[in-house]
Design a protein around this ligand. Structure first.
Ligand code: RI2
Length: 355
């Protein structure tokens, strides 16, 4: 068994909910577009097809697309024998698929930097790097989950937005759901309110699906109900993921996150982002520098392919919004929970800056 096969077997033995893995010379991935009604596994043989799967959100979530980037580089190396030109082409193509989540760019850069100076890029080095990245991501999930679980009290109802869970990460609980899963495993009696997350419906389709699988009580609401439930004392904490965190703690996360943060502040409800240190972009001083991806506005004018709005009406679909650091109670990372002042305390994390 090769070391890559061993890694995949080891992950499967841990009963992880893997979004993507390598099997018999090809990539396998869960088709997240079809969840929860169909648990379809797709086979991907070409880097170009993987790039399209990331672009069209067959696989999504900042952690998972970082991992997909690593697997894509492995596939490129395997197919081309490590040909420098093809590796550069694959890196450029994969990095171009989604602009906001930084893990994708960082992971690919890390792999390319590990083979700097080689004429023909050595497969064993790339393989070792991919294994290191995947194992590290999983360790992050357990560590940040434990750090965040300490903040959750017995009896809490935790509101989350979008899906920052196993299938958005490396299979344990991603970011926000690692916190919730650890708290549940510690025996804390908690409930989750999941926001449906229009228009892709990550919350209704994937967060609810995962929490049911984990045996954690979940109640689904539409995004515009969060303020009401907060005002009624029905939410004790908010925990969301993040696609990119600027050096001052401003964060990009799924569109709608900012609205929940405003309501949480008004009702003095602690609002946390659960993330890994790799999601922090020290090259950006504030959230103003984060590129917000716009997606096809047809997803707003239609639902399940059925038109909602009159023909010809204009719509907009920014995929993310920026929540300023003033609304954050803490940033939950694998290295601990970072408190205010975020710009100073994030610097102390001792994270290598990747430009
Ligand atoms: P982690 C998602 O975006 C959402 O913004 C969600 O909060 C985040 O990625 C999950 O990533 P999309 O890829 O915070 O569904 O778990 O557009 O890394």
């Amino acid at each position: 068994m090769s070391s890559i096969e061993q890694l995949v077997q080891n992950f499967k033995d841990q009963q992880l909910l893997l979004p993507i893995w390598f099997e018999k010379g090809a990539l396998k991935l869960i088709n997240q577009i079809e969840l929860p009604h169909k648990e379809e596994i797709l086979t991907i043989q070409e880097v170009d097809d993987l790039a399209e799967a990331i672009r069209n959100m067959t696989i999504r979530g900042s952690g998972a697309i970082g991992i997909a980037g690593a697997w894509g580089m492995y596939l490129a190396a395997l197919k081309s024998g490590g040909a420098r030109e093809e590796m550069h082409r694959a890196a450029k193509l994969l990095k171009s698929t989604r602009p906001t989540a930084i893990n994708l760019m960082k992971t690919i850069d890390e792999i390319m930097n590990s083979v700097n100076g080689f004429e023909k890029l050595p497969l064993d080095r790339i393989e070792a790097k991919v294994i290191e990245i995947l194992e590290r991501q999983l360790q992050f999930e357990h560590a940040l989950g434990s750090n965040g679980a300490d903040l959750i009290e017995d009896g809490d109802t935790v509101l989350t937005h979008c899906h920052s869970g196993a299938l958005a990460g490396s299979g344990y609980g991603g970011r926000a759901l690692s916190v919730i899963r650890k708290a549940h495993e510690l025996g804390k009696n908690i409930r989750v309110i999941a926001c449906e997350t229009r228009p892709y419906l990550q919350g209704a389709r994937i967060t609810a699906y995962e929490l049911q699988k984990f045996g954690i009580p979940v109640t689904l609401i539409t995004d515009n109900m969060s303020g009401y439930f907060m005002s009624q004392g029905m939410v004790q904490k908010v925990v969301v993921g993040s696609d990119r965190v600027a050096a001052n703690g401003d964060l990009a996360n799924k569109i709608g996150t900012y609205m929940h943060a405003l309501a949480a502040k008004k009702h003095e409800i602690p609002f946390y982002t659960a993330t890994s240190s790799h999601t922090i972009d020290f090259c950006l001083q504030s959230g103003a520098g984060i590129e917000v991806e716009y997606r096809d506005a047809q997803e707003v004018t239609t639902l399940n392919g059925k038109r909602l709005a009159p023909k010809g009406v204009e719509a907009l679909y920014p995929s993310f919004d920026i929540t300023p650091n003033a609304y954050l109670s803490g940033i939950i990372t694998e290295k601990g929970v970072i408190a205010e002042p975020f710009a100073i305390n994030l610097q102390k994390l001792n994270i290598q800056v990747v430009h």
